[in-house]
Design a protein around this ligand. Structure first.
Ligand SMILES: C[S@@+](CC[C@H](N)C(=O)[O-])C[C@H]1O[C@@H](n2cnc3c(N)ncnc32)[C@H](O)[C@@H]1O
Length: 207
């Protein structure tokens, strides 16, 4: 099943099923970005708008891009605010956004579905204004190495999605090639003890 179709099927239960990755990502997004204020945010793979609602607390406007119509429909039902626009777009193509538009670009749990990371960093650099930030939060590659990946339950059994493993060095090197500077990197764990594999990794890069 294509990634787009899989998310169209997942959309109905995405916000409500048991999903520690989704919930920890929200915590990571809030803890990392709440110290800033932004004008224009570009949210890559906005999905059902789980983070969009919160981003409006720190930003004047948000554009959310996603290629799953059903995920976007959920987002549009939940968030009816003239500061937000949700657009259907494939991130693997050129993004139809004005150059220098954003002072923040965010991408949560989306890049594991994108093979060509450098394309994303290059597009992000173009759409960011000078000093703008690029926040990424993804399933930690350690989780990938140990066999975890995006999946959801259907009546016919577990549906696993097509994913690509990006090593920590892949993110750092893609950013370096595009002249984006690393500001912050953090690992996110399920428990306080940090005895288990980290679930997520987040980065903040600056243009
Ligand atoms: C796990 S969901 C994350 C949604 C949201 N960011 C969140 O944290 O809840 C991944 C999202 O990325 C979108 N996505 C994956 N590949 C994409 C692509 N090539 N272009 C646009 N959206 C894509 C999916 O449709 C899905 O909504």
């Amino acid at each position: 099943m294509s990634i787009e179709k899989a998310y169209n099927s997942w959309a109905d239960q995405y916000d409500t099923n048991n999903n520690r990755t989704r919930d920890l990502d929200k915590q990571a997004t809030i803890e990392t970005l709440s110290k800033y204020k932004f004008e224009n945010v570009l949210e890559l793979g906005c999905g059902t708008g789980k983070n969009t609602q919160w981003l409006l607390r720190v930003a004047a406007s948000v554009i959310g891009l996603d290629f799953s119509q059903e995920m976007l429909n959920k987002a549009k039902t939940k968030i009816n605010d003239n500061r937000v626009s949700f657009r259907k777009a494939d991130l693997n193509q050129s993004w139809e956004i004005e150059d220098g538009f954003a002072d923040l670009i965010t991408s949560s749990l989306t890049l594991e579905h994108i093979n060509n990371l450098e394309h994303i960093f290059r597009q992000a650099k173009g759409k960011l204004r000078s000093n703008g930030l690029f926040f990424i939060c993804e399933l930690h590659p350690f989780k990938h190495y140990s066999g975890s990946q995006a999946k959801f339950e259907t009546e016919g059994g577990t549906q696993e999605l097509e994913v690509y493993t990006h090593h920590i060095s892949d993110y750092i090197n893609a950013a370096k090639k595009c002249d984006l500077t690393l500001v912050e990197v953090k690992e996110w764990f399920d428990g306080e003890t940090q005895n288990e594999l980290p679930r997520l990794v987040s980065f903040v890069f600056r243009k």
